[in-house]
Ligand binder design. Structure first.
Ligand code: GDP
Length: 308
């Protein structure tokens, strides 16, 4: 990838796409194609076809997706399946037709089996049943991984996919109905502190464990893979460390400075008990995360809530 290569970032306004764009700009890349969802509906086959025919990008980062936390995934099941399949079918197929040099597809660690041995190695994909709350999203993302692999095998494309763990960072979603746990807890504890509320409700039992990666680390890892990796294994990207939701809630409570109580609402689902990624493959390819969880949360809290 040269600094002048024509790079299309699908989903450049989202948390992942915007982090990739920031990182590439910082490294001196200059030639971007960016279209927001009003300019180009990626679920529309004809529009995506004419866009690719006109622009003919050299490289594609496929970060456009319908995403959300446990409640959104569980509620908007049809939309998560349909929209993600449409977006990735259109972008991957047109990338093949227009001879894109290399494409990187963002999958997700939630596509591994619910009860995978831990830490999860790349080859555990499709070895067991999925977590029911996000099964439709996972099925779509598994199809995306398999499309990259199949287009490489049948057509000789160079399409790779990455498997990020749970992400957080700038441009996250703070809507409590659809967000993931980390941004949700930042918002809940912050608002409770401002309103001097006696308690904050946190979902589930607190027992599940999750691994969290700052999206700037993911952006760096993706560009590293775009430059240094070709293959059909969807590469895990994470820190290799996880934390229980209970300890995460305590950590965010203390970063925010909330003095009240945590109340657990176990009528809400826990989801997968644990999904810690085995990151030995990406480490052997020369990449390791830089932002530790506490530092990352402090930075996000400062930027998103204290410097408005
Ligand atoms: P998941 O990793 O796909 O399960 O997605 P989430 O980030 O939405 O949820 C992770 C875990 O955090 C689950 O066990 C949730 O029940 C728990 N959790 C606790 N409080 C919240 C909250 O306020 N919002 C969300 N989204 N999850 C929460």
């Amino acid at each position: 990838m040269k600094l002048s290569s024509k790079i299309y970032i699908a989903g450049h306004n989202g948390m992942v796409g915007s982090a990739v764009l920031r990182y590439l700009k910082q490294k001196g890349y200059t030639n971007f194609i960016l279209k927001d969802s009003k300019e180009l509906d990626l679920t529309d086959q004809l529009k995506v076809a004419s866009f690719f025919e006109k622009e003919k990008p050299d490289y594609v980062f496929l970060a456009a997706a319908k995403v959300g936390g446990i409640e959104a995934n569980n509620t908007f099941r049809a939309q998560f399946l349909y929209e993600n399949l449409m977006i990735q079918n259109n972008v991957i197929h047109q990338s093949y037709l227009q001879k894109v040099k290399k494409l990187l597809f963002f999958a997700s660690s939630c596509i591994y089996p619910k009860f995978s041995p831990q830490p999860i190695k790349e080859d555990y994909l499709l070895t067991g049943l999925l977590e029911p709350t996000n099964e439709p999203y996972a099925i779509a993302k598994i199809a995306g991984v398999k499309m990259c692999e199949s287009y490489n095998k049948q057509y000789g494309c160079d399409f790779i996919s990455v498997m990020p763990t749970n992400l957080y960072g700038p441009n996250d979603n703070y809507d409590l109905k659809t967000s993931h746990v980390l941004p949700a807890l930042l918002r809940k504890f912050h608002e409770a502190k401002l309103q001097s509320s006696p308690s904050v409700e946190v979902w589930g039992t607190g027992m599940p464990k999750r691994e969290f990666l700052h999206v700037d680390d993911l952006a760096e890892a993706s560009v590293h893979l775009m430059k240094n990796y070709t293959g059909n294994v969807s590469v895990n990207v994470g820190t290799g460390e996880d934390i229980s939701i209970k300890n995460l809630a305590e950590l965010i409570k203390s970063i925010v400075g909330f003095k009240g109580e945590i109340v657990w609402n176990d009528s809400k689902p826990d989801g997968t008990p644990r999904k810690l990624l085995d990151v030995s493959l990406i480490q052997s390819l020369g990449w390791k995360h830089k932002i530790e969880l506490e530092d990352g949360i402090k930075a996000v809290y400062k930027n998103e809530f204290l410097e408005q």
